[in-house]
Design a protein around this ligand. Structure first.
Ligand SMILES: Cc1cc2nc3c(=O)[nH]c(=O)nc-3n(C[C@H](O)[C@H](O)[C@H](O)COP(=O)(O)OP(=O)(O)OC[C@H]3O[C@@H](n4cnc5c(N)ncnc54)[C@H](O)[C@@H]3O)c2cc1C
Length: 403
């Protein structure tokens, strides 16, 4: 059995249920959705977070149809849909030219508002306990948490869903391993143009030159606002980043003149929020009584937009496959928990997330011969598609004249 003190300062805690099947630390995307599913399945759950209201922070701001299908599969779409802005018809620009109009649906939101809305929609049997965990003891049979107000939660299983936060991971003795430090930079800001006046429902414009180190800019509606996310391979300290934060309009007009006029000349209506993201995984997590999920286990890059999907695969596999089996028999030893970390669906999801995160950076920025050839091949194929589309577009208009 391990027993270590957490390092966070104490805060007032609501009464937590004393005996539960599953204690979940962290009421973000992973913790709330797992808590809701376990609660609906009749499990006794304690869901603990230091804050009742999730603060506004720049995180995921949209998901695609595949990710929404995961919520549908889990019966959570009714919780999610009222909190998002659905849109379709995304105009995609590549090589500075119109490339395609994507008809698939996407769903936009502010992360804090989404998490708070999901918390409000939790079933009554899954209340959030507001408090800080100050002591964690894990073992092959029972898990024990002590909160800052002295209350104690005993559980058969402990789920750590604390995202990027390190306090609980450290208290348990689990290490974060950086696979790619400062891998990318995500930037988020509001455009001044209204949704009604914007020429696009939504637009995605990819970087043109490796030296720009821009993956893409995406502009999309959240309610009545037009929001922009830009993903670049730079650091917060780069002069480029400082210049962008000081003069986003000027730099956007230089980078993407082809869509500037339709986006209100890129007049920006909010500060530019910036988040540096590293690719990380976890070491020392195979232990009795505790399982790590979502960003508390692995972090991938926002550029390919796979984070929420990865979180929901963890939640789905745990809720539908592993936790029911684990609770069926006595004990909660490390070999039982290991079946989750070895689950081929979970392993493939984490590996895919990491693979696309690394590939997206290399195909955008690498200057070695192999990558220059790959870019040339991809760009030639895209250029041919653009020419082909233009010719097809001209074709039918000529036909009447030819007849
Ligand atoms: C800038 C940025 C952009 C992104 N864009 C996308 C995107 O476009 N598409 C996509 O799919 N993914 C994206 N992601 C990834 C996605 O946001 C994350 O994968 C996902 O939100 C992780 O959810 P989580 O529940 O694991 O963690 P979180 O949502 O961070 O939840 C962690 C919770 O734990 C709580 N907590 C922390 N410490 C403690 C403690 N000691 N005790 C109790 N509770 C604690 C916190 O208060 C929080 O509520 C992006 C990420 C970033 C940073």
């Amino acid at each position: 059995m391990t027993s270590r003190k957490g390092s966070e300062t104490p805060a007032a805690a609501e009464a937590a249920p004393a005996e539960v099947d599953v204690a979940i630390i962290g009421a973000g995307m992973a913790g709330i959705t797992l808590g809701a599913l376990l609660g609906k399945a009749g499990r006794k759950v304690a869901l603990i977070d230091p804050h009742r209201i999730h603060h506004e922070e720049f995180r995921a701001e949209k998901i695609g149809a595949n990710q929404m299908q995961l919520f549908e599969k889990l019966g959570l779409d009714k919780m999610v849909m009222p909190l998002v802005t659905p849109f379709t018809d995304v105009d995609v620009f590549r090589l500075g030219q119109f490339f395609a109009r994507e008809k698939k649906w996407e769903y936009a939101f502010s992360y804090g508002a989404l998490i708070n809305g999901l918390r409000d929609a939790l079933p009554p049997q899954v209340p959030i306990t507001v408090g800080k965990v100050t002591e964690v003891s894990t073992g092959p049979d029972r898990q024990r948490l002590v909160l800052a107000d002295g209350s104690v939660v005993n559980a058969r299983l402990l789920v750590v869903a604390t995202g990027h936060s390190e306090a609980i991971r450290r208290a348990i003795g689990v290490e974060r391993v950086e696979l790619s430090k400062a891998h990318s930079l995500s930037m988020g800001f509001d455009l001044a143009i209204s949704r009604r006046d914007c020429a696009f429902h939504a637009v995605t414009s990819y970087g043109k030159r490796a030296s720009d180190r821009v993956a893409y800019l995406t502009v999309f509606p959240i309610g009545d606002r037009m929001r922009a996310n830009m993903f670049v391979y730079r650091t917060v300290a780069d002069q480029w980043t400082r210049d962008f934060r000081a003069e986003p309009q000027k730099m956007l007009r230089e980078l993407m003149p082809e869509i500037a006029a339709q986006c209100g000349n890129f007049e920006v209506a909010s500060p530019v929020e910036v988040r540096q993201v590293s690719l990380t995984t976890t070491k020392g997590h195979r232990r009795d009584g505790v399982v790590f999920i979502g960003d508390a286990f692995v972090t991938t890059c926002p550029t390919p937009g796979v984070g929420i999907g990865r979180v929901m695969i963890d939640v789905d596999q745990l809720h539908s496959v592993h936790i029911p089996r684990w609770l069926e028999t006595p004990g909660m030893a490390a070999d039982k928990i290991g079946t989750f970390y070895d689950d081929p669906v979970k392993v493939a999801s984490d590996e895919d997330g990491m693979r696309v995160s690394i590939y997206a950076k290399r195909i955008t920025t690498e200057t070695g011969l192999e990558w220059r050839v790959r870019r040339l091949r991809n760009n030639t194929a895209r250029q041919l598609m653009i020419i082909g589309r233009k010719m097809r577009h001209l074709g039918p208009r000529r036909e009447p004249g030819l007849a």
